[in-house]
Write a protein that binds this ligand. Sequence first.
Ligand code: TXA
Ligand code: MG
Length: 343
Amino acid sequence: MTEIIRINPKKPEDEKIKKAAQILRNGGLVAFPTETVYGLGADALNPMAIKKIFKAKKRPQDNPLILHIAEKEDIFIYTEPDKKNLELIKKLINKFWPGPLTLIIKKKKIVPEEITAGLKNTSIRLPDNIVARALIKKLGSPIAAPSANLSGSPSPTEASHVYNDLAGRIEMILDGGETKIGVESTILDCTKSPFVLLRPGKITAEELEKIVGTIKIHKASQKIKNPPSPGLKYAHYSPKAKLILVEGNVSDVRRKIDELIGKYGARKVGVLNLGNRYNYKNVDTIIYLGENNEAIAKNLFKSFRDFDKKNIDIILVEGIPEKNFGAAIMNRMRKAAKKIIKV
Ligand code: TXA
Ligand code: MG
């Protein structure tokens, strides 16, 4: 049985946090909101509990989890940065924590290998969400958490998404409402010089470079041979429908999508409309995500789930420019896409 508990996202009720922390202390699993997406948490210092996360999500064993902490200083309880990188890491956490930035750093012994899937480095972040931090503090240990979806499906941005994927597989869901950002944290590998951006997010490459100087941007692709982050090689975020991403300038993209609507007319076709509204004709469903990157990101994964609820066969998506936060949105779209068309 999976219990869903509504919790006040601004002032979480102490008895609810206590109950959730007790489940974690007993080795159980609790899904909780963060500012990015919902996480599926276990006590990070309990290897048996961590193993349950992989089972509940059907997650491949070699894909490591993020360690979530509640205080900046705790980073040095669990990680051991290279001396030459220490000052840059301090600058990053002072600027961006709490917030959607995950750092990869050499782990200390105390971090179980179950979290890092045997790697010597761990990922670590301090979420900017009151419920998440209250839960970590009440537990008194960090929380290991991947996104709270079944492996391969879109990350959950509402408690109902977690329930749809994981009901009966986890003990509790803390429902703190919609998540603020909607795509997962930026991941920066701080074991390399220069640092390497592994997953773009709300904290952009441009913002990171202002603090640490030039960084390298990993060309995240699904089919690379030796990905630096195990998660990069797996299929991600996929709706059940076939997602076709069309990239190019706005008018060419819209012309191409109109053409594809004609071509796929016999099937149930949906369109993801971004930027300004455009009235595509002869489609089953149009979902408008909003006019700026913040709105688009917030509604993106939910829209994939909404298309699936309507049994759409084909989703046609308008690509957007990859500047700033647009890079994170396009990264998720490309990973979800079965086909990418450049016009
Ligand atoms: O916003 C987020 O980051 C959310 C919330 C819940 O915090 N979490 C999240 O976790 O997106 P997950 O597991 O869905 O994605 C984490 C990614 C995976 O691709 C994983 O391979 C990579 O981070 N990762 C984790 N630990 C790593 C490590 N030690 N070395 C390299 N990559 C790592
Ligand atoms: Mg995930």
